[in-house]
Design a protein around this ligand. Structure first.
Ligand SMILES: *[C@@H]1O[C@H](CO)[C@@H](O)[C@H](O)[C@H]1NC(C)=O
Ligand SMILES: *[C@@H]1O[C@H](CO)[C@@H](O)[C@H](O)[C@H]1NC(C)=O
Ligand SMILES: *[C@@H]1O[C@H](CO)[C@@H](O)[C@H](O)[C@H]1NC(C)=O
Length: 316
């Protein structure tokens, strides 16, 4: 009985060993220990020193194969794109001479690397350059991260989001050499008042909206400037009216001067205007005799004008 048990034990152990021998250890290399969510993880599996044959290489995550590649060379690169948070863990490499299903392959390789998948959405600090902005002018926000972003991985694009009440309203590209970006709201209106924050996204994520959350918030207030605007308007109107009056007076004076010049009445008119009405009537008679039509009307009106002329001259 005991002999039978021993026999089965040895048999099972042998079976496991032969099975185990199908899967061999390989080495893993990785430049990065941290990958931001949504980014790509690149590692290299190497059979260098273990075999020179063409074999099947498996990349294992926490001891379970997740990818297979046939290799003709000692080093094979594995790339996992759009990495997610639960892809964090221990990565290692194994190989086999025959092709096995990845679900059947388990085990750790010669070594392993722990890869941390970090958050891709970094809450950033927002600063409002002026707390209350006049309606119609621009509002400027500075968005910055306290630490420089880890740029060990080549990234195509880093984006910064300006959020108003938690919703994205502007997107900027983030220069990797800078730790800051500036958002400008042009010609703000009263409804632009509100709470603003900002977030930096290291990799494009499919639906980040619900998770966008800044480090701090700033409150933008819009100053209504309707009162002072109407004041300045009425000031402008007043100025325009004054200019108009001055122009009118000048042109009037010019007109009078031209007319009086043309007719050569200056001396005569001045005399008549200063003298009494009797004399005026006399001269009218003289004019009528001279045969000038409508002379009465003209002299009167010119007189009125020249009187006014004197008055305005004295005022100027
Ligand atoms: C990864 O390996 C380390 C030992 O190097 C171990 O402490 C840790 O628990 C492993 N993590 C996982 C998720 O298996
Ligand atoms: C805002 O950013 C600009 C450059 O983008 C910088 O010159 C300025 O000093 C920053 N202002 C504040 C208050 O951080
Ligand atoms: C950058 O990486 C270092 C170590 O790799 C880590 O301590 C730091 O928190 C990272 N910074 C950011 C902003 O992710």
């Amino acid at each position: 009985m005991a002999g039978l048990f021993l026999l089965t034990f040895v048999f099972v152990k042998l079976l496991l060993q032969t099975q185990g021998q199908n899967i061999h250890h390989a080495k893993i290399y990785s430049v990065n220990r941290e990958v931001a969510e949504g980014g790509s993880l690149q590692v290299t599996c190497s059979t260098f020193g273990y075999t020179t044959k063409s074999v099947y290489l498996y990349l294992c995550h926490n001891g379970k194969a997740i990818e297979i590649k046939k290799s003709n060379q000692a080093d094979v690169a594995f790339i996992i794109n759009s990495i997610e948070k639960d892809n964090s863990g221990n990565y290692s490499c194994v190989f086999s001479e025959e092709r096995l299903l990845t679900t059947q392959v388990t085990g750790y390789g010669e070594n392993h690397v722990f890869i941390q998948v970090t958050e891709s959405l970094i809450p950033a600090e927002i600063r409002l350059l002026k707390a209350d902005v006049s309606e119609g002018s621009d509002a400027e926000f500075n968005c910055s991260t306290s630490n420089p972003l880890n740029t060990t991985q080549p990234r195509k694009m880093i984006l910064a989001f300006l959020l108003k009440n938690g919703r994205t309203i502007q997107v900027n590209t983030w220069d990797t050499t800078e730790t800051m970006t500036t958002f400008t709201l042009r010609k703000v209106r009263l409804e632009d008042a509100g709470t603003y924050s900002c977030v930096v996204m290291l990799n494009i994520l499919p639906h980040p909206d619900k998770r966008l959350c800044g480090k701090n918030e700033v409150n933008l207030q819009i100053k209504q400037h309707s009162a002072s605007v109407s004041n300045s308007n009425s000031g402008e109107v007043r100025l325009a009216i004054m200019c108009f009056i001055i122009l009118l007076v000048i042109s009037l004076l010019l007109g009078i001067w031209l007319i009086t010049q043309k007719r050569g009445f200056i001396g005569c008119l001045n005399k008549r205007c200063l003298n009494n009405e009797e004399q005026l009537r006399e001269t009218e008679v003289v004019y009528e005799e001279a045969g000038e039509a409508e002379a009465t009307g003209e002299t009167q009106s010119i007189c009125e004008l020249s009187e006014w002329n004197e008055f305005s001259d004295s005022e100027v």
